[in-house]
Design a protein around this ligand. Structure first.
Ligand SMILES: Nc1ncnc2c1ncn2[C@@H]1O[C@H](COP(=O)(O)OP(=O)(O)OP(=O)(O)O)[C@@H](O)[C@H]1O
Ligand SMILES: [Mg+2]
Length: 264
C-alpha cells in the first residue's frame, strides 16, 4: 500500500498555485491563477499558452527562482523554497557571461560544484552534440543568437540534473537546427530518464516532444487542458504528422488558444 502511494507521488506537484506581482507603480498583477500540476518522475511535459500568460513565471517558481504567493508547490514531496541542485534551467535568453569563453560558460555549473577537471570531457561532448564543437574557445559576442542559446542548453545539461526546465529553448534557432535539437532532446530524455518541462510557442513542437501538453489560458494563467499524447516513441518528425492523434491534438490546442484570442 505504501509502495503504491510512493510510486504515485509526483516529482513536481502544484496545487492552487498563485503568483501576484507588484508592478513598479505599486499595482497588483495576478500572473498565475490557481494552477494545479502533477508531473511524474521521467515525464516530458510541454506547456503552451498565449504570450504573457505566466509560463515563465510558473517555470521560475518550479526552479525556486521566484517566490509563489499562494498555494502549494513541491519537488519530490518537499515544498520548494529556493533553487535545487537537482534542477537545471534553460532560460528564454541564453544569459551567457560575456567575459568567459563558451567552454567556460558551459563548465561554470561544474566549477561551482567542484567537478571541473573530472568533467571537461563531458563539456566537450555537449558542445559537439549541439554543433558548437569548434566554438568552445570563442566568446559569446562571436556567436549568433541561436548558437548562444545552444550554449545555454549545454550549460543546463553540464551538471546532468535530474530535472530539466526549459523556457522556449529552441525559439531562436533556425528551422533545421530546431528540428535537430528536438530529435536530440528526445534522445537525451529517452536515454537519461530525466524529467523535462518545456515551454514552447510551437504547437507541433509541443506535441512532438510531450508525453502531455498543458495548455494555459491568457493571463492570469490557468491550466485550461492537460492533454495526453498517445504517440509511440521514438517519434520521427516525418511520421508523427501522419498519426491520427497528431491532427486531433493540434486542432484541440489551436481551438483552445483561439478561444483565448491568440494562436502563437
Ligand atoms: N518581475 C515582474 N514584475 C511585474 N510583472 C511581471 C514580472 N515578471 C513578469 N511579469 C508579468 O507577469 C505576466 C506573466 O509573465 P511571464 O513572463 O510569466 O509570461 P510568459 O507566459 O512567459 O510570456 P512569453 O510567452 O511572452 O514569454 C506578464 O503580464 C508580465 O508582464
Ligand atoms: Mg516567457
Amino acid at each position: 500500500m505504501s509502495d503504491a502511494i510512493e510510486a504515485a507521488r509526483p516529482l513536481i506537484a502544484a496545487q492552487a498555485l498563485c503568483k501576484t506581482y507588484i508592478t513598479a507603480s505599486g499595482a497588483s498583477l495576478l500572473a498565475v491563477d490557481r494552477v494545479g500540476l502533477s508531473i511524474g518522475d521521467g515525464e516530458l511535459v510541454t506547456i503552451v499558452g498565449p504570450s504573457g500568460c505566466g509560463k515563465s513565471t510558473l517555470l521560475r517558481m518550479i526552479a525556486g527562482l521566484d517566490e509563489y504567493s499562494e498555494g502549494v508547490l513541491k519537488l519530490d514531496g518537499t515544498p520548494i523554497t529556493g533553487p535545487s541542485r537537482d534542477v537545471g534551467v534553460v532560460f528564454q535568453s541564453a544569459n551567457l557571461l560575456p567575459w568567459m569563453s563558451v567552454r567556460d560558460n558551459v563548465a561554470l555549473p561544474l566549477r561551482v560544484g567542484g567537478k571541473h577537471t573530472a568533467e571537461t570531457g563531458r563539456v566537450d561532448r555537449l558542445l559537439e552534440m549541439t554543433g558548437l564543437g569548434e566554438f568552445g574557445g570563442r566568446y559569446p559576442y562571436e556567436l549568433s543568437g541561436g548558437m548562444q542559446q545552444r550554449a545555454g542548453i549545454c550549460r543546463a545539461l553540464a551538471r546532468d540534473p535530474r530535472i530539466l526546465l526549459m523556457d522556449e529553448p529552441f525559439g531562436a534557432l533556425d528551422a533545421l537546427t530546431r528540428e535537430r535539437m528536438n530529435l536530440e532532446l528526445q534522445r537525451i530524455w529517452q536515454q537519461s530518464g530525466k524529467t523535462i518541462v518545456l515551454i514552447t510557442h510551437s504547437i507541433s513542437e509541443a506535441i512532438f516532444l510531450g508525453d502531455r501538453v498543458i495548455v494555459m489560458s491568457a493571463r492570469p494563467g490557468r491550466v485550461l487542458r492537460d492533454i495526453a499524447v498517445p504517440i509511440p516513441r521514438p517519434r520521427s518528425l516525418d511520421t508523427i504528422i501522419a498519426h491520427p492523434a497528431y491532427g486531433e491534438i493540434a486542432r484541440e490546442i489551436r481551438g483552445l488558444l483561439n478561444a483565448e484570442g491568440t494562436v502563437d
